[in-house]
Ligand binder design. Sequence first.
Ligand SMILES: CC(C)(COP(=O)(O)OP(=O)(O)OC[C@H]1O[C@@H](n2cnc3c(N)ncnc32)[C@H](O)[C@@H]1OP(=O)(O)O)[C@@H](O)C(=O)NCCC(=O)NCCS
Length: 195
Amino acid sequence: MRLVLPRCTVRDWRRSDADSLARQADNPKIWRNVRDLFPHPYRRRDAVQFIARALAQRPRMQFAIVVGGRAVGGIGLIPGTDISRLTAEIGFWLGEEFWGRGIMTAAVRALTRFAFFNRGLRRIQANVIEWNRASMRVLAKAGYAREARLQLAVTKQGRTVDDIIYAAVRRKRPAVTPRPTSMSAVKRKRARRKS
Ligand SMILES: CC(C)(COP(=O)(O)OP(=O)(O)OC[C@H]1O[C@@H](n2cnc3c(N)ncnc32)[C@H](O)[C@@H]1OP(=O)(O)O)[C@@H](O)C(=O)NCCC(=O)NCCS
């Protein structure tokens, strides 16, 4: 996947992004706004493992944000399951030196469109820790609606606070139902040839 935007490119991770990823992600100002699953400190081996997992996903749902040829942030979708299978949660972060240039607003907007039109999703949701005003602003600018405040739903850095839910939906159903995503295009081609 590759989305070329005026301020950045959103593309698949590459193994060669590991150094830049570790350098940009190793920041307490990023960590305090994301899940505890996000390592802190963020070492090179964390970056290598993350990239390997992202590349093994089918279909891929985690992407690098590239500025000036360097991977300086991440954006991704965690798809729901069962009856929530057309819903996904969006997550994102950007290296601090790049904040305030409109990069994430553009990336969220583009990935949301991609999720609706290329992945067949109908709802993208974001969970924002109550103190994260910048993220709320990004989501509002990218067309997300503030839907709910889940009281005391998250615990971060020893504080239990509210979780603010933002969402974007695609009301119109796609004309063609997306194909099942468990088989890659290559495998599908091979299976067709064999049958
Ligand atoms: C949130 C984050 C992704 C924003 O990326 P970005 O590229 O700087 O975002 P943009 O430049 O597109 O927009 C940021 C907006 O937030 C506003 N903003 C920044 N800090 C703010 C604050 N403390 N209070 C209110 N608004 C704030 C900016 O002014 C801007 O709005 P504007 O265009 O109306 O002026 C980045 O700060 C980040 O990575 N933070 C840490 C990780 C994180 O929070 N991830 C999201 C988890 S839900």
